[in-house]
Design a protein around this ligand. Structure first.
Ligand SMILES: CC(=O)SCCNC(=O)CCNC(=O)[C@H](O)C(C)(C)COP(=O)(O)OP(=O)(O)OC[C@H]1O[C@@H](n2cnc3c(N)ncnc32)[C@H](O)[C@@H]1OP(=O)(O)O
Length: 188
């Protein structure tokens, strides 16, 4: 049996996002994001239920300030004691895996989504994703963009405004565009 466009998307193969199953999944997710983003901060139970419906693979105690945006929701896994400050965007075409005790500052953007750089192939509508993995005890500073395929090691810190284009090892402070290792966290 041939793979569905959804299977191809999750497995990082070329796929078409115009596939009806994916269009329906995205509509469901962005409706839930919209509803979540239009609750009052004090509507704690409603916010919790909306996040649980949107993010079935995220620890139920995760704290996401909002506004929050994602494409599908079911491709995002987050461990215990997660906190995200305002305006988190996760384009979860491919799996996004976040460990325990992770903290995001405002305006963090995780992009698994990619399009061909070749213009004629790009306008054909074909696209693909690459997974993003963030280890345990990571702190990501304000305005950071994490590009497709990147892994950030356990215990690392990413400085504000960084664009992370390549893997970052465990237990380092890294910053800049492109993001480079500055020092070990153990020098603190
Ligand atoms: C939930 C929440 O998190 S809300 C809080 C939001 N706060 C933030 O997002 C702040 C994030 N913090 C940072 O970006 C900090 O600069 C850190 C943690 C990355 C680095 O802090 P420190 O280890 O104290 O580094 P320090 O200030 O000594 O700078 C060391 C060098 O790195 C450079 N540097 C530090 N941060 C950055 C950065 N974000 N981008 C580029 N370069 C940087 C400095 O300019 C300095 O360069 P130099 O050696 O040429 O002078």
């Amino acid at each position: 049996m041939s793979k569905s466009e959804k299977q191809k998307m999750i497995e990082g193969e070329n796929y078409y996002s115009s596939d009806p199953e994916l269009v329906a999944d995205r509509l469901r997710a962005i409706d839930l994001c919209f509803q979540f983003n239009h609750t009052l901060p004090s509507q704690q139970q409603a916010r919790k239920e909306l996040l649980e419906a949107l993010l079935p693979n995220v620890d139920k105690q995760a704290e996401i300030t909002g506004p929050f945006f994602c494409d599908y929701g079911y491709n995002i896994k987050i461990g215990q004691r997660f906190y995200a400050n305002t305006d988190l965007t996760i384009l979860d075409i491919a799996p996004v895996t976040i460990g325990d005790d992770v903290m995001f500052a405002p305006h963090v953007q995780l992009y698994t989504a990619a399009h061909p750089t070749h213009p004629e192939r790009r306008i054909s509508g074909i696209e693909f994703g690459k997974p993003i993995t963030i280890g345990n005890k990571v702190w990501i500073g304000g305005g950071v963009i994490v590009c497709p395929g990147v892994t950030i090691g356990d215990g690392s810190v990413i400085g504000a405004g960084s664009v992370v284009t390549k893997d970052i090892p465990p237990r380092v402070v890294a910053a800049g565009n492109p993001c480079r290792v500055l020092r070990s966290v153990d020098e603190d």
